[in-house]
Design a protein around this ligand. Structure first.
Ligand code: PLP
Length: 129
C-alpha cells in the first residue's frame, strides 16, 4: 500500500519487481492527512487482485510536507496489525519540520508505547540525515 501523492521510489520499485500497487489517497482538503477509512477502502478493493503484504507511510510527507499526529500513527499501527501488514515507515524528512504545532513521532517509538510487535522498517537516508 503506497500513498498518493508519493515520492515515486515505491511505485517504481513495485513495477520493477512486477508487484501490485495498492494506492491510498491522502486527504488534500484536510492538510493531506492520512485517513484510516481510506486505507480500509483501498485494502478491500485490492483483495481480488493481490495479497496485501506491506504499507508504506511517508512521514513527514513528500511531496505534501504533512506531519502525522501520534494518534494517527497509533491508528495506522493498529490497522497494520489487524491486517497483518509489514510497515515501511519512510522517515527521511524527520529533521525537516516547519509547522509550528507539528511534531515528529517515530513509528518505532509509538509502536513500542502501544506494546504491539510488528515487522517495521524505518528508513533514513544519508543525504537527508
Ligand atoms: C520520501 C523520500 N524517501 C526516500 C528518498 C531517498 O533519499 P536518498 O535519495 O537520500 O536516498 C527521498 C529522496 O528525495 C524521498 O523524498
Amino acid at each position: 500500500m503506497v500513498p498518493i501523492p508519493q515520492y515515486p521510489l515505491y511505485s517504481a520499485t513495485l513495477c520493477e519487481y512486477g508487484m501490485h500497487l495498492i494506492s491510498y489517497y491522502l486527504d488534500e482538503e484536510n492538510q493531506w492527512a492520512l485517513n484510516i477509512n481510506e486505507l480500509q477502502r483501498a485494502l478491500e478493493e485490492s483483495k481480488d487482485q493481490c495479497k496485501p503484504k506491506a504499507i508504506v507511510v511517508i512521514n513527514p510527507g513528500n511531496p505534501t510536507g504533512s506531519v502525522l499526529t501520534k494518534n494517527n500513527i497509533e491508528d495506522i499501527i493498529k490497522f497494520a496489525n489487524k491486517n497483518k501488514l509489514i510497515i515501511i515507515a519512510d522517515e527521511v524528512y524527520q529533521h525537516n519540520i516547519w509547522g509550528e504545532s507539528a511534531k515528529f513521532y517515530s513509528f518505532k517509538k509509538v509502536m513500542h508505547d502501544l506494546e504491539i510487535k510488528l515487522e517495521l522498517a524505518s528508513l533514513m537516508s544519508a543525504s537527508k540525515g
